[in-house]
Each structure stands twice: as structure tokens, then as C-alpha cells.
Design a protein around this ligand. Structure first.
Ligand SMILES: Cc1cc2nc3c(=O)[nH]c(=O)nc-3n(C[C@H](O)[C@H](O)[C@H](O)COP(=O)(O)O)c2cc1C
Ligand SMILES: CCCCC(=O)C(=O)O
Length: 406
């Protein structure tokens, strides 16, 4: 990505950007950090959808712990170490990446912007990082595959209808997805009070209060109306009339299969020949079982504080899991990453790479493809400067020695 002489992050339309994703050139003006993107998204995206992205489950204690525990980790500042040859590029799951970051699956997060998944995937591919399309995405696997140039990762939620799960895996194969991300921490939904208060339903409904709110966000409404889809693209034909318009948790209870077990992971391993990532591991015993089940990678994650309220922050769970399985599987991390400094913290504690959720969702809501590109670029620059000030040139040099003594 190019920068102007002042070092400002580019804000104009990007090459190949779809019409719906063209951000007005001034929209991202003045953005210097992920918090700025969040505040722009708050203004631009309808309340119910911004709230869905921003919130967590129950008392929000785990959502908050993700950020609080992250912020407590301090770096060891080093000087006079010739940091002129810095490079944030590395490998994740055998893929070259421009920085050790992938975009996390975000379900109906596609409602942040018309064609949200396509725009986010294009921004990720232009920036040289993997993109994960969710089962519950608005744009389907085929929509995204037709609109982007490179393979992406596909995230699978296993529903009661295993034939449907198999068909999703087959569609991901046909679309040449480069990894299957099996999410295992949401067979039963943690309640998000805000979604209930906002009347969020599956598929998203247009109630009067929400319509009034949407009418006050014309740019968002225009993007959604121009977008290819307004409801779950991957589930088209699978949602019967009876399953329409349920509250989020009610819909999950109806569709998702709480019997899911390690035997199903064996089954998936047998029908998916590519890289398998198990997402939602927070316990060392589960991490060992995932390695035994043949996972190529795990994501240490508490689902961004949206599931088990009272679970530990994912950053606090990371070191023990790395110690238990770090030599057997690639350990990826997510939860609470809002800066390049946070990526550095997770790498220092042994993660091979990080998934970012809200950090790019805010960018998507704030400015479509340019907003996601801005989010990734902010994190890349922050990581680069943090590496310099900690005295390292390469990602592979990052370990606990970059951290200050507690
Ligand atoms: C709006 C939203 C939707 C999400 N949807 C999914 C999903 O469909 N599948 C999944 O595996 N994880 C989902 N997640 C969890 C993210 O993949 C990721 O684990 C989490 O956002 C990481 O925390 P962070 O937002 O603090 O970066 C979602 C998260 C958010 C915020
Ligand atoms: C439709 C709800 C499940 C999507 C999801 O994983 C999340 O919102 O965290």
C-alpha cells in the first residue's frame, strides 16, 4: 500500500473496489487508530448492527478481560540495535503473509456494509493477509470466490443437518478455500443482552424502530441496497419458512448441534483434505485433543468475549496452551487485538499469528474496503514501530525476551 509524503494512510477507493465499497474520500480523514474507526462505524452503521459487533455476552466480564489483560503486558524497550532491516512478513499455515494477521470470521458482521465480505476479502488480499469467510456470512462462498483473486479460508459451523455441513465443506473445496476453520465454541449461544434489546433476529429483520434508525444512515442503506445479498448467502435454500425471523439465540438453539464432539472432528478431517484450524480453544486438555485429532492449527479464543462470560481472557490462556501443544500444531490467537502492539504481545507469548475481529469490523462499517485496508495498515505500522523500539527486525525473533519483567 502506498503512502503520501506525510505518511497519511490512503483513504481513496482501492483498485478493484466494488461500487458499494467506494468510501467517500474524506470519510477516513483523520483516522489514526482503531478506536477512530470504531467511532466512525458507530455513527455510520445502524444501532442494532453496530451493537451486535461491539458487544459481548452477559455481564461483558470476559469481553473486558480480553482488553484489560492485554493492556497489562509491558514491553522491554531496547536501543542501539540497528533496526533498519525490519520486515513484518512471515508464514502462517504455510502461506506467505505480509504480517502475522488474518481476518476472523464474523457471521452477520457483513451487515456492517453492503457486500461486506467481498470488500473485506479484497482488502485482506491486497494487504497480503488471509481472510476467513464465515458460514453465517451474508455473501456466499461462491459470491466471494467469484469476486476475489486468491483463495480464502472458510469457517464452518456444524448444524444438526450433517448433510448440509458436508455440502458446505464440498462448496469450500470447489471454491479452492485454503483452510477450513472449524469453530467449536458456539454450539450453544451465550446471551447478548443488547441484541435482545435491539430486536436482532435471524435473518436480520426490518422492524419499524430499526427502519427509522437505518433511514438516518443513508450511506449504509445505499450500500446494503446495492449489495448482492441481505441475508445469509451460504444458507440459501436451507432456511425454511419456519426458521425465519427468530431471535439470534433461539435460532442457534434450533439449528446448531450441541452433540458435536471429537468424533465429528475425525469425520471432518476425513472429508477435508486441506489445512484444518480448530477455533475456540481455551483449555490445555482441549488443545492436546485438537492436536491428536489432526488439526494443523488451533485458535486460542473465547469468541471475542461473546460466549462463556467468566471465561479467562484469551491472552491469559495463551502461554499454557503454547507450552502444551506449541510444537505439535500452529497456535493462532484472537481476542482483544486492537493494535500492532497487541499483535506483538500475542507473538511474544508464543502465538504464530493473530486473527482480528472487531478491529476490522469497525473499519468495514466506517469505510467499506478502504476502511478494512486502513485497519490492517494501522496494525501493520504499529507492529513495525513496536518491533523497532523493542530492537527486533524479524517476526521470527519475537519471543518472551521482548517483554518487560512482570
Ligand atoms: C460481530 C462478530 C461476529 C462473529 N461471528 C463469528 C462467526 O460467525 N464465527 C466465528 O467463528 N467467530 C465469530 N466471531 C468471533 C471472531 O471470529 C473472533 O473470535 C473475535 O471477534 C476475536 O475477538 P476481537 O473481536 O476482540 O478481535 C464473531 C465476532 C464478532 C465481533
Ligand atoms: C448468528 C450468531 C453467531 C455468529 C457468531 O459467531 C457471533 O455473533 O459471535
Amino acid at each position: 500500500m502506498s503512502h503520501d509524503a506525510t505518511g497519511a494512510i490512503p483513504v481513496g477507493p482501492h483498485v478493484g473496489e466494488g461500487r458499494a465499497g467506494v468510501a467517500p474520500p474524506t470519510l477516513l480523514k483523520g483516522v489514526t487508530c482503531i478506536d477512530d474507526l470504531r467511532e466512525l462505524a458507530r455513527r455510520r452503521v445502524p444501532r442494532a448492527f453496530f451493537g451486535y459487533a461491539n458487544t459481548g455476552s452477559y455481564s461483558l466480564s470476559t469481553l473486558r478481560a480480553n482488553r484489560e489483560d492485554m493492556g497489562r503486558i509491558r514491553f522491554r524497550q531496547r536501543v542501539l540495535r540497528d533496526v533498519s532491516r525490519r520486515d513484518t512478513a512471515t508464514m502462517m499455515l504455510g502461506e506467505h503473509v505480509a504480517l502475522p494477521v488474518a481476518l476472523a470470521p464474523i457471521g452477520i458482521g457483513g451487515m456492517q456494509h453492503g457486500d461486506g465480505e467481498i470488500l473485506a476479502c479484497r482488502a485482506a488480499q491486497a494487504a497480503g493477509v488471509p481472510y476467513t469467510l464465515g458460514t453465517l456470512a451474508i455473501c456466499s462462498i461462491e459470491d466471494v470466490a467469484a469476486a476475489v483473486e486468491k483463495p480464502f479460508w472458510f469457517q464452518l459451523y456444524v448444524m444438526k443437518d450433517r448433510g448440509f455441513a458436508r455440502s458446505l465443506v464440498e462448496r469450500a473445496l470447489v471454491a479452492r478455500c485454503s483452510a477450513l476453520v472449524l469453530t467449536v465454541d458456539l454450539q450453544v449461544a451465550g446471551q447478548r443482552h443488547l441484541d435482545i434489546k435491539n430486536g436482532l433476529s435471524v435473518p436480520p429483520s426490518l422492524k419499524l424502530g430499526n427502519l427509522v434508525d437505518m433511514a438516518r444512515r443513508p450511506l449504509w442503506a445505499y450500500g446494503i441496497l446495492k449489495g448482492r445479498r441481505r441475508t445469509f448467502g451460504n444458507l440459501a435454500g436451507h432456511l425454511s419458512g419456519e426458521e425465519r425471523l427468530k431471535a439470534l439465540a433461539e435460532w442457534i438453539a434450533h439449528q446448531f448441534d450441541p452433540t458435536l464432539s471429537w468424533a465429528d472432528v475425525d469425520w471432518l478431517r476425513s472429508i477435508w483434505p486441506g489445512k484444518l484450524i480448530i477455533k475456540g480453544i481455551l483449555d490445555t486438555e482441549d488443545a492436546r485433543l485438537a492436536a491428536q485429532a489432526g488439526a494443523d492449527a488451533i485458535v486460542v479464543s473465547n469468541h471475542g468475549g461473546r460466549q462463556l462470560d467468566g471465561a479467562p481472557s484469551s491472552i491469559s490462556a495463551l502461554p499454557r496452551i503454547v507450552e502444551a501443544v506449541g510444537s505439535d500444531v500452529e497456535v493462532l490467537f484472537d481476542g482483544g487485538i486492537r493494535s500492532g502492539q497487541d499483535v506483538m504481545r500475542a507473538l511474544a507469548l508464543g502465538a504464530r499469528g493473530c486473527l482480528i475481529g472487531r478491529a476490522y469490523i469497525y473499519g468495514l462499517g466506517a469505510g467499506g474496503q478502504a476502511g478494512v485496508a486502513t485497519a490492517i495498515e494501522i496494525i501493520r505500522r504499529e507492529l513495525d514501530v513496536t518491533m523497532a523500539l523493542c530492537g527486533v527486525n524479524r517476526i521470527e525473533e519475537i519471543d518472551r525476551t521482548v517483554l518487560a519483567e512482570p
